[in-house]
Design a protein around this ligand. Sequence first.
Ligand SMILES: Nc1ncnc2c1ncn2[C@@H]1O[C@H](COP(=O)(O)OP(=O)(O)OP(=O)(O)O)[C@@H](O)[C@H]1O
Length: 210
Amino acid sequence: MLTPSVILSIQKLCSLHVGPIDLDINAQQCIGLSGSSGCGKSILLRAIADLTDHTGKMFLKGESYSSIEAPDWRRRVQLVPAESLWWHSSVSEHFQQPINQQYLSLLALKPKIEQQAVNQLSTGQKQRLAILRSLEKKPQVLLLDEPTASLDRDNTERVEALISTYLSTANAAAIWVSHDPEQLTRVANQGYKLVEGQLVTASSHEGDQA
Ligand SMILES: Nc1ncnc2c1ncn2[C@@H]1O[C@H](COP(=O)(O)OP(=O)(O)OP(=O)(O)O)[C@@H](O)[C@H]1O
């Protein structure tokens, strides 16, 4: 029986060499996930987002994965990949509505960026916009794959603050993948390391030697 605060429950989730994974994530909780390069962190996020083959059970607010249409699951469980994907030429075409001005400002992005061509943006600008594109869908779970890898310290802090604000205002949850143990100490309530396909509780000060 799920307790009301559990947003995402994962049971015996397996994909490629990752799993079986059991994990419950509560509302407003951010799980930090570390592990050596190539251990399968992205595979795990893609399995949870239903973007790669997997077995096992998942429940979103008590609703079984098998009873939720795939596009709806992917809207409610948003993956922000390490390298953002863009398929239209302009930024605005990737958003359903005008971009939230408050969010743009929080990420130090100018309003005019919405009208720019994607190929005129820096990697860091694209990374921040990809986060805003995911937030527009109002996800219940955010899967963040190294979301600040291309950012300087100031912008890293801006993204951390925005995600924290989003989780509390939307009562959402996140899994945050990072190779930076200090960042995971800042953003996560609980930390895990992926070792040989299994989640191991990570000490908040444990280094990631990847
Ligand atoms: N679709 C796939 N089919 C087969 N092997 C895959 C597939 N996707 C990834 N892999 C392999 O699985 C392993 C884990 O990849 P993954 O991208 O999950 O690693 P990671 O932990 O996110 O690494 P990094 O920290 O470097 O981003 C890698 O060896 C990769 O080559």
